[in-house]
Design a protein around this ligand. Structure first.
Ligand code: S3P
Length: 184
């Protein structure tokens, strides 16, 4: 694989951004860092943007103002970044449950659905204290249930699917770039 060639591809006129979607622990943040390091994408992380804008962590936003307030912030964040170029937008795990967000992302992004089994997901999220959706539910059964409940929305939004279990970040990024090129 030629990295230089990929970089030229990335900056080719009309190349879309990449939106990473998927459940918590699917690897969106790690893959986003990898896409930046390997291919020079600008990184945008919707959760980080919300935390920066609000000046407080996500757990506090949920606790003080509730989930629907957070979902409105997610919606506004997608709109705020709709004119970016050569960017990877890492989306909070629940963001594409709002179909309007999918419509807005699709205007400028190829939407990449990262998947992981419930077992892999638990290993990745079990020590995290900043995912209010999983508070008190850090177990495979709950993760499987919520993944299944959300799967139709992820599938409906996805242009491309990439399983992340057992793969290193470089291999996942390479697979994404190949699939994005074939899709565009
Ligand atoms: C959420 C996922 C989180 C964050 C918030 C809600 C969800 O992002 O947006 O805690 O509803 O799945 P990650 O998917 O980056 O953990």
């Amino acid at each position: 694989m030629s990295m230089a060639g990929d970089h030229i591809e990335l900056n080719k006129e009309g190349m879309k951004n990449i939106a990473l979607i998927g459940f918590m622990g699917a690897g969106k943040t790690t893959v986003s860092h990898g896409l930046k390091a390997l291919y020079g994408f600008t990184e945008i992380d919707t959760d980080q943007e919300i935390v920066r804008q609000e000046g407080r962590p996500i757990t506090e936003i949920f606790a003080t103002d509730g989930e629907s307030y957070f979902r409105q912030l997610e919606h506004d964040t997608v709109l705020r970044f709709q004119d970016v170029h050569a960017a990877v937008i890492s989306c909070g795990g629940g963001l594409v449950m709002n179909p309007e967000n999918v419509v807005n992302l699709r205007k400028s992004c190829v939407i990449v659905f990262l998947t992981a089994t419930p077992e892999t997901t638990l290993l990745r999220v079990k020590d995290s204290a900043d995912r209010p959706i999983l508070n008190g539910h850090m177990d495979v059964e709950y993760i499987r249930m919520l993944q299944e409940k959300r799967r139709p929305a992820y599938e409906a939004a996805a242009d491309i699917r990439v399983a992340t279990d057992g793969k290193d970040v470089g291999a996942i990024c390479c697979e994404i770039m190949q699939k994005v090129k074939n899709f565009s």
